[in-house]
Design a protein around this ligand. Structure first.
Ligand code: AMP
Ligand code: MN
Ligand code: MN
Ligand code: MN
Length: 282
């Protein structure tokens, strides 16, 4: 049974529709796929319906931007109630922050390059969680960059004068909200440098575990063998689940669907935690 617990669709910054992501999962021989778009659950229904037709189990999730110990991190939420007001409110707030920030970046870019906000809107489509990948795609479509990666390495890089930060909530609050919403909280790619800066420390991860964090994403493209060994041992020490996933973005990144996977007993434990959280809700 092949399980990939972290992939993106056009509901955020993936290039495939949710249905197409599930088709790609089926074509790659996956039995289970976790749809974890940035700060939204908008792709869940389409993906779940496609999964029923294609006999792929879709684990509904989301990847939430937050901050831990002064560092930007991404928190994976699985199996939560998409209508929980605190968590869905946090996502709505984040999407608004991201939109604001993207508009500001386009405003700065437009001083030097022939790009307009409408170009980005057209690329992202209605309702998608906006991110730098959409700016990158607009730059490529306008002939102003050769690829997403080239845009990320230059004008969209955190050190670029066009880069603008966006506010994100605290990771402890995020973990609490995920659990209160009947979900399971897994720290995404702890050893990936999100802004080229500092990494989240083991002490911060231990503090998060004490506050309810339930898993670490260990097997991920941006972790080398030493990172994986270290994180696997840390997860064992702290009693956390160790997941693995591709972080597939369609054509938007080199990551191939199913390139890293999660063991079946880990998914089973994750689902049991989700059930326990739902059973505890008032
Ligand atoms: P943002 O959250 O808007 O700052 O954008 C970060 C997103 O861009 C991440 O979620 C990644 O999926 C994506 N990303 C980061 N680096 C690259 C890259 N070099 N090529 C393509 N996508 C990238
Ligand atoms: Mn992304
Ligand atoms: Mn991420
Ligand atoms: Mn991701």
């Amino acid at each position: 049974m092949t399980i990939d617990l972290h992939v993106h669709s056009s509901a955020s910054d993936g290039t495939l529709r949710p249905r197409e992501v599930v088709e790609a999962a089926a074509a790659a021989g996956l039995r289970v796929v976790g749809l974890t778009d940035h700060d939204t659950t908008a792709g869940w229904d389409e993906a779940t319906t496609a999964g029923e037709h294609l006999h792929v189990r879709v684990v509904p999730g989301a990847e939430l931007s937050c901050r831990a110990g002064g560092v930007s991190v991404h928190m994976l939420a699985y199996l939560h109630d998409p209508e929980d007001l605190d968590l869905s409110g946090q996502c709505t707030g984040l999407r608004r922050e991201r939109l604001d920030r993207a508009r500001r970046m386009v405003h700065l870019l437009a001083a030097d390059l022939p790009i307009r906000w409408e170009d980005v809107e057209e690329i992202a489509g209605p309702g998608a969680t906006i991110g730098r990948p959409h700016l990158a795609d607009a730059l490529v479509a306008l002939g102003l960059a050769s690829s997403r990666s080239a845009a990320f390495a230059t004008v969209l890089h955190p050190t670029s004068p066009y880069y603008v930060r966006y506010w994100a909530p605290d990771a402890v609050t995020t973990v609490r909200r995920i659990r209160a919403a009947g979900g399971v909280a897994v720290l995404a790619h702890p050893r990936a440098r999100l802004r080229g800066g500092r990494l989240v420390t083991d002490e911060t991860i231990a503090a998060l575990a004490a506050q309810g964090l339930q898993g670490l994403e260990v097997d991920h493209r941006e972790h080398d063998d030493a990172d994986r060994r270290h994180l696997r041992a840390l997860a064992a020490d702290l009693g956390l689940l160790a997941t693995g996933s591709s972080d597939f973005h369609g054509a938007g990144k080199p990551n191939l669907i199913g390139e890293n996977t999660t063991r079946p007993e880990v998914l089973e434990a994750l689902e049991a935690l989700g059930k326990a959280a739902r059973d505890q809700r008032p």
